[in-house]
Ligand binder design. Structure first.
Ligand SMILES: [Zn+2]
Length: 478
């Protein structure tokens, strides 16, 4: 029985959130009518000249810095030559000799441990168009041609598909926190290829196979698990692994051979003559430094410690940057951290869901529940001015009426402390009207308390604070 070692590396492509494409002024947007965002530059007409999108360069360096790369002070673009119908120029402008980022690393959590993966390089390139195969015919949509694509290449250091999946999710969260990519794998704005090789333990890298077409991090894990077993079977039966590209078939859960792998020299890379090398100055590097944000892993650890949140709470809150910012603002506005976390994961999540929002909408202009409003609501709750059920109603009303919870509570007469004398009068009246129940309570039987409580609630339309009512019953019968 041979023990095999597994080596997995990932190549991740992210579409940068720029307004326009990388070398022309066409809109960079998913889902528009096919071939509506195109021009001679991104269609590769002869004689056109590329002009580099500064924002794309900035976002690329932000990612390189967040991945702890050595940042290039001299970046070069190269032509990668190949033919495919989605690539009108017959070459893709990419980076080869001098990518923007090199020798970085990234920390993520897997199996309860913090792990580190080394980043080989990060380079900027233009995306190709999209082929659509339908009813036996093939169509080309060039809206995506020339959009800004950043490729992150890890070292082949993952040992399992689970590690690769965990890394990918952490990476996705990170680029969303950085605001450079929406991370939508279904729409293809985050795409992942993997390479995997196995070898006898201690013998180093084996012959690698590349797997493409994995549209979710779960498929990445499944495909890698499948491929590892397939390679082991080949080697155990005395065969050799063919260096090739395989496609993951998600319907059948198998990988299938697509083509033998090209070598770098097949692409005949050479420097792009129409683009000068990029030489950033100190001001540029300062700007990149200033654009860094606290990364999700560090932020999760800090928030859990600072506010005493459980792992589950911290995970939920930090999954989206908008939600994390919202949580911290709500607490800063005076709400209790535990209550805030509980409400965000409970009642608030429920309201967002039923109204077509998600937690990434928290704190945006579209969402009526501002952090100040949630804080106001939770403070009223902690001061016993309203009880939990009323708070939930007030929360709904904030969404329905787009008003402050304080306004809603006073408009609807929900404030249980508005008139404490009034509540005492009501409780007294109820006790007077039900002398038998009152006598039983006085005699030590606590059962009729629920009955009295129900009467008081009915008389106050549910606004009375249950705790205050209990105290009043005890006091009045003492
Ligand atoms: Zn264009």
């Amino acid at each position: 029985m041979i023990n095999y070692e597994t080596f997995i590396g990932l190549e991740i492509h992210i579409q940068l959130l720029t307004e326009t494409k990388i070398f022309c002024g066409c809109k960079s947007k998913f889902g528009d009518k096919p071939n509506s965002n195109v021009c001679p530059v991104c269609l590769g007409y002869p004689g056109v000249l590329p002009a580099l999108n500064e924002e794309a360069v900035k976002l690329s360096y932000i990612v390189c810095r967040a991945m702890n790369c050595t940042l290039a002070d001299y970046g070069v673009f190269e032509r990668k030559n190949y033919f495919y119908p989605d690539l009108t120029k017959n070459y893709q402008i990419s980076q080869f000799a001098n990518p923007f980022g090199r020798n970085g690393y990234f920390e993520y959590e897997s199996g309860g441990e913090t792990k580190r993966i080394n980043i080989h390089e990060i380079h900027l390139e233009e995306d190709a168009g999209k082929m659509i195969h339908q009813g036996g015919r093939s169509f080309c949509d060039y809206n995506r041609a020339g959009t800004c694509l950043l490729e992150i290449v890890t070292e082949p250091e993952f040992k399992t598909g689970q590690e690769a999946e965990d890394f990918l999710q952490a990476f996705r969260r990170t680029v969303r926190h950085l605001g450079v990519c929406d991370g939508n794998m279904e729409e293809g704005s985050l795409r992942c290829d993997a390479n995997i090789s196995i070898n006898e333990e201690g013998k180093g890298l084996g012959r690698k196979v590349e797997i493409k077409n994995m549209n979710s991090s779960r498929f990445v894990k499944m495909a890698l698990g499948y491929e590892r077993k397939r390679q082991e079977k080949v080697l155990n039966s005395g065969g050799v692994i063919v260096q090739e590209t395989r496609l993951w078939d998600e319907a059948r859960s198998v990988s299938e051979s697509m083509r033998t792998k090209e070598e770098a020299h097949d692409y005949r890379y050479f420097p792009e003559p129409d683009l000068p090398p990029f030489r950033p100055d100190q001001a540029f590097f300062d700007m990149i430094e200033a654009a860094q944000v606290e990364l999700p892993l560090a932020r999760r650890k800090r928030i859990a410690a600072e506010y005493g949140l459980s792992d589950e709470q911290a995970d939920y809150i930090v999954e989206e940057k908008a939600c994390t910012d919202y949580f911290e603002k709500t607490v800063a506005a005076g709400a209790d951290a535990q209550e805030t976390a509980k409400w965000i994961m409970g009642n608030v999540a429920k309201e967002l869901n039923s109204r077509g929002f998600s937690k990434s909408d928290l704190g945006t202009a579209a969402c009526p529940l501002t952090s100040a409003r949630l804080a106001e609501l939770l403070v009223m709750l902690s001061e016993n001015r309203i009880h939990g059920k009323i708070a939930a109603q007030a929360l709904q009303a904030v969404f329905d009426e787009n008003k402050d919870p304080g306004t809603i509570v006073s408009e609807k007469g929900w404030d249980s402390t508005a008139d404490e004398g009034e509540l005492e009068k009501i409780v007294k009246q109820v006790l007077d009207d039900n002398p038998k129940a009152a006598e039983q309570i006085r005699g030590g039987d606590q059962k009729p308390r629920g009955f009295i409580m129900g009467k008081v609630m009915a008389a106050t339309k549910g606004t009375a604070n249950p705790q205050s009512v209990q105290e009043l019953i005890s006091n009045l019968l003492a």
